[in-house]
Design a protein around this ligand. Structure first.
Ligand SMILES: *[C@@H]1O[C@H](CO)[C@@H](O)[C@H](O)[C@H]1NC(C)=O
Ligand SMILES: *[C@@H]1O[C@H](CO)[C@@H](O)[C@H](O)[C@H]1NC(C)=O
Ligand SMILES: *[C@@H]1O[C@H](CO)[C@@H](O)[C@H](O)[C@H]1NC(C)=O
Length: 607
């Protein structure tokens, strides 16, 4: 049985007996069994998640068929675990089954993955995920009354469908997060379907669930993106910075072992292995919960929750208080005479400890800022340790740290001033123009969605007392999405350089970017000025979205236009819509006014 992996569908008895012969039952065993039961009970949902995330185009009926198949395999394995498929990783079984459905690989263009095996196949499926989901229809809202009927009649089907629709639109969100979202959505349905005004109940109660999903999505995407692009070193730094802020009481050694554990399992979640992600997450959280006393006083309530909420709760728990006796600065890294010797003895560990000590003392800073300080320190030592008198040299470290922080503070201040000075619409236009000029190669959908994310971040953060960390963290996450999650995107040389040169200084790099110099705009306007009467019937912000798309497409056409010229163009656009929608024959009016607008913009660009 040695060659069997312990990660299959069923709990392997050989593994269990090994542990059960120990004098006391370690909590790990309990946790392992609980997790396994959870996986077995939720294999349907986990199949939907993996399938819908890997093959986002697939129809719900196709997903349902595979769910049935996976459930059959599970039942077979529970009955007889010596069957060969029971020793395989569930994700491999799932991918094999996907490849075995007749015509499916060709229909959705993933045959090239099916001809690969093991690691390569898993990576091929990962690589196939599309961040930009513009090719999918908008999320089906549906009639609330009908929704409640469906919910009450067929709960399972209803939730399966919901999970499917969410998963295919958020292809990088981890399975525990999606399951949490589905569970919360179920609670919403449960409550709202009893209400008088079902529609308004859904509206108000679904909003925070979606907000949560979006927040977790950008976070998970960025960490995976950093992991895939920069490897384990940057990944660990992120975690040293983040967890030291969250758990400032934890000892360095304990933190190191926790982070090793997180690292050893993280790629499973990033890879989209929905089953193993649950399992590895559960192991990490069990670690945190069994050692609560030395880790954090803020996770007690979370630890009483079940999978998957337990982990989600811990991840979102507030920062613990700093230990009372924590000195304001850690002398060891600046004042000590033998910093260079310590560094040379074990550079990786030394830098990790620096991040830990700095971060737990600076809960007010953003994660990227702590990493910037780490990079500044690392570079400083690189120089100082080569000098005659290193202590004299690195004795100025704190000034350097402050310089960096001040630069970042200033950047955030400017962004928040923009937020304060411009109205909501103008702020959006500002970022649409800025991003389009910087990366005109991106699709219009992606540019509008990135701008929307930045505006949402500023709107949320600029009025908070923790403005700096909030803006810096969130806007960096948006850039993470831009740089790409599952592949090293090539957008244009300047953007690519910002994405790959330094994770910590990514924001600073983007901040100094101007319009892409390599970009060659299309030579014709490609129907941009052909307007139709449908502009008059656009409801619920649809006109606003059309206007934004028009702006982005126009900037792609004329990247040299100044903000002022663009502003005037937008005013003309609005006036034209107003005029034509009031006209006798709007269609005729548009076909007359469109070319006029185009001619005017041509004239403007020649001045
Ligand atoms: C199918 O996938 C291959 C490989 O990723 C790609 O080159 C090709 O353009 C895709 N075809 C379609 C129709 O999407
Ligand atoms: C750096 O900034 C901190 C916080 O603003 C301040 O307390 C400290 O004195 C500064 N140190 C130096 C060397 O400028
Ligand atoms: C992206 O580039 C880095 C090096 O810059 C490399 O280590 C990594 O494997 C690449 N990732 C992908 C998905 O190609």
């Amino acid at each position: 049985m040695k060659q069997l992996k312990l990660t299959g569908f069923v709990v392997f008895l050989s593994f269990l007996t090994e542990f059960l012969t120990l004098p006391t039952k370690p909590p790990d065993i309990d946790n392992f069994q609980v997790t396994q039961k959870f996986i077995n009970d939720n294999i349907g949902y986990l199949t939907i998640i993996a399938f819908a995330q890997y093959v986002q185009e697939a129809a719900f009926e196709e997903v349902e068929m595979l769910v049935k198949e996976m459930m059959e395999i599970r039942d077979k394995c529970i009955a007889d675990m010596t069957l060969p498929e029971c020793a395989k990783l569930p994700n491999d079984v799932l991918q094999e089954s996907l490849c075995a459905v007749e015509g499916l690989p060709q229909k959705y263009n993933f045959s090239h993955c099916c001809s690969k095996r093991d690691f390569e196949r898993r990576h091929c499926f990962l690589y196939n995920k599309k961040v930009d989901v513009g090719f999918l229809p908008p999320f089906p809202i549906g009639d609330p009354e009908k929704k409640c009927q469906d919910y009450q009649q067929k709960k399972d089907l209803f939730l399966n469908k919901y999970l499917y629709e969410v998963a295919r639109r958020y292809p990088f969100v981890f399975s525990p997060t999606l399951l949490t979202v589905a569970a919360r959505f179920e609670e919403v349905a449960e409550t709202c379907c009893e209400e008088q005004d079902i529609a308004s109940c859904f509206r108000t109660r679904v909003a925070p669930v979606i907000q949560y999903l979006k927040k977790m999505s950008v976070y998970e995407k960025t960490v995976c993106g950093a992991f895939i692009r920069f490897g384990p070193k940057v990944f660990k730094s992120i975690y040293f910075a983040a967890l030291s802020q969250k758990f400032p009481k934890i000892e360095f050694k304990e933190l190191t072992s926790l982070i090793e554990e997180i690292l050893s399992n993280y790629d499973e979640c990033c890879e989209g292995d929905s089953v193993r992600c649950i399992r590895s997450r559960s192991k990490v959280m069990s670690h945190v919960c069994t050692k609560q006393d030395s880790i954090s006083s803020k996770v007690k309530e979370c630890c009483e929750k079940k999978i998957p909420e337990r982990g989600e709760c811990i991840i979102n728990s507030e920062n613990d208080e700093k230990p009372k006796d924590l000195s304001p600065r850690e002398a060891k890294f600046i004042d000590s005479k033998d910093v260079c010797q310590h560094r040379d003895a074990d550079q990786e560990n030394f830098m990790a400890e620096f991040l830990y000590e700095y971060s737990r003392r600076h809960q007010d800073l953003s994660i990227p800022e702590v990493l910037r300080i780490g990079e500044v320190y690392e570079n400083l030592l690189e120089d100082c340790c080569r000098t005659e008198n290193p202590p004299d040299c690195y004795g100025h470290a704190e000034e350097k740290f402050n310089e960096t922080t001040e630069k970042s503070l200033k950047m955030v201040q400017q962004e928040c001033e923009c937020f304060q000075n411009l109205g909501k619409d103008d702020l959006k236009y500002h970022y649409l123009v800025k991003l389009t000029k910087m990366a005109p190669q991106l699709s219009t959908e992606e540019l509008t969605s990135l701008s929307k994310e930045i505006v949402a971040a500023l709107t949320m953060c600029c009025t908070q007392s923790e403005q700096f960390a909030c803006v810096d963290n969130l806007v960096d996450l948006v850039l993470g999405g831009l740089c790409g999650v599952n592949k090293n995107r090539t957008i244009n040389p300047a953007v690519d350089q910002c994405c790959k040169s330094s994770f910590a200084f990514r924001r600073h790099c983007f901040d100094s970017l101007k319009a892409d110099e390599t970009y060659v705009p299309p030579s014709t306007s490609q129907g941009l000025f052909n307007f139709h009467a449908n502009l008059c019937h656009a409801q619920n912000g649809a006109l606003q979205r059309k206007k934004e798309r028009f702006l982005v497409n126009f900037v792609k056409l004329k990247p040299q236009f100044t903000d002022k010229e663009l502003q005037s163009l937008l005013t003309d656009f609005t006036n034209m819509v107003e005029k034509c929608c009031k006209a006798e024959g709007p269609e005729a009016c548009f076909s007359e006014e469109g070319p006029k607008l185009e001619a005017k913009s041509q004239a403007a660009s020649q001045t």
